[in-house]
Write a protein that binds this ligand. Structure first.
Ligand code: LLP
Length: 463
């Protein structure tokens, strides 16, 4: 597509409308390593490449929009988590962040376990050959079919979320002649510092059994009554996109308090604590996430300290990072279609995707950055809003961004840190075709989830 001239949009020197931005970055061509996958670089000719392939080549071969995932980065993050937590802990990758057959194989090869929260995720995990004993099943309303499939497969653990579920799992395991390892998910009453929709440890919500008021302790009593259930531990997940460990500290304190009560009441020390996932990543350079070894160190210390002061032996620790592993490893590649400068406001750049491939901006007010990646530009910064092609004014991909003022139709833009909860929450709104996920490594690109086709869409319509 040729680059068409368009009237100048608002510049940073103009009066700027309200927004989440500060000053424009000093160099619009720079790629901040905090938000980009590890092998992403801008080559000497100004074109960005990842895994040894340029975005122009990738767009040419696979089309846009597309999620481009850096396999080396994914694998090295898996290893970093595995090594940081060591032999006394288990890392369960949270499949809801992004799951595919290839991802499951990588996890298996890198020695991670897998947390699934639906029959579909379980089917994917098993189809890709993840050993059942390394899978955990979550969910606040698992169906009997899902429970049965998990128990039959010999799944490593089911995380129980309600009184009804205790009875259901016990019954199904008994019928199948199995003893199913289970954890009980509790809510510890922590207000995590994150978006309300992704905070999960305060009591007024659907997940888990509250510690306060004794429901969690009652769940323990009920589980222990069933021969077909083996209670291995307590689970707590306080929320997502969390940067400090103080919430985990309170959670661990309260979970260990329950372990102590269990010992006192039942004479049993449970062997495991699962502190869930939720560690934040950098969506913009202002975010400052902790490295896995720092997280492992502080969670390990917290649990050890709490157990020692409660006179308990230190249980095995599990964690369930999703976003922190896959989030930073991918970016979404878009082509600019239209450019609309609105005097005194900002310039709207429409790309060929939108809220169907990234709902997070609309849903959580999430912030992203964006860069022009098909070429370098020396043009001055232009206050921009990157929007999609859906019939909805809230269809915003990046609310506030500075892009070069000569950005034009046909240019390629990339939004980094879209590896988690973008493809997995993608929709067919307006009958959009969900984009492919392309894994790149050592100069080779491989489609690991193909682009949807109109045939795929029509296949579901009957009559
Ligand atoms: N474990 C449990 C029990 C969870 O519910 C979750 C996320 C995780 C682990 C992984 O959390 P992570 O480490 O990825 O933050 N769709 C939202 C986030 C909702 C996450 C739900 N549960 C988003 O786009 O931010």
């Amino acid at each position: 597509m040729s680059r068409s001239a368009h009237p100048a949009g608002p510049r940073h020197a103009d009066v700027l409308p309200e927004g989440h931005y500060t000053a424009p970055p000093a160099d619009l061509n720079a790629l901040d390593p905090r938000v980009w996958a590890r092998t992403v670089v801008r080559d000497d000719d100004g074109v960005v490449s990842v895994g040894g392939l340029t975005v122009r080549e990738l767009a040419e071969e696979f089309g846009t929009p597309a999620y481009i995932l850096d396999e080396d980065d994914f694998r090295s993050r898996c290893r970093a988590w595995r090594e940081a937590f060591g032999a006394d802990a288990d890392v369960f990758y949270a499949g809801k962040a992004f799951l595919s057959l290839a991802v499951v194989r990588w996890l298996h090869e890198e020695g991670l376990n897998l947390d699934v929260c639906s029959g579909g995720e379980l089917a994917t995990a098993l189809a890709a050959g993840m050993p059942a004993e390394r899978i955990a099943l979550h969910g606040n309303n698992k169906s009997n079919e899902e429970i049965q499939r998990a128990v039959e497969a010999g799944i490593g653990r089911i995380v129980l979320d309600s009184f009804q579920e205790i009875a259901r799992v016990a019954h199904i395991a008994q019928r199948l002649g199995k003893r199913q390892p289970v954890l009980i998910r509790v809510t510890v009453g922590v207000e995590a510092h994150t978006h309300e929709f992704i905070a999960t440890a305060h009591e007024d919500q659907k997940f888990g059994l509250p510690l306060a008021g004794g429901q969690a302790a009652e769940a323990v009593r009920r589980v222990l009554r069933h021969e077909s259930l083996e209670l291995t531990g307590i689970h707590s997940h306080i929320g997502s996109q969390i940067f400090d460990t103080s919430g985990f500290e309170v959670a661990a304190h309260r979970v260990v308090g329950l372990l102590r009560e269990i010992r006192d009441e039942h004479g049993a020390e449970l062997p495991e604590i699962d502190l869930g996932g939720g560690l934040g990543i950098a969506y913009t350079p202002e975010d400052d996430p902790r490295e896995p070894h720092e997280i492992a160190k502080s969670l390990g210390e917290i649990v050890t300290r709490e157990c020692e002061s409660a006179g308990l032996s230190v249980p095995r620790l599990s964690v369930e990072p999703g976003r922190a592993i896959v989030g930073p490893t991918a970016f979404t590649l878009y082509e600019v279609g239209t450019v609309k400068p609105l005097e005194g406001l900002r310039t709207y750049l429409s790309v060929d995707g939108g809220m169907s491939d990234n709902i997070r901006t609309a849903l959580y007010d999430a912030e992203y950055t964006v860069s022009l990646v098909s070429r370098a530009s020396e043009a001055e910064p232009m206050l921009s809003r990157v929007v999609g092609k859906h019939c909805e004014s809230g269809d915003i991909v990046v609310r506030d961004a500075f892009l070069p003022a000569d950005t034009a139709p046909g240019d390629l833009l990339a939004v980094p840190a879209t590896g988690a909860y973008c493809r997995s929450m993608a929709s067919n709104y307006n009958h959009a075709l969900r984009p492919p996920v392309v894994a790149v490594k050592d100069g080779v690109a491989r489609v690991i989830v193909r682009r949807e086709t109109e045939e795929d869409l029509l296949r579901l319509d009957v009559g």
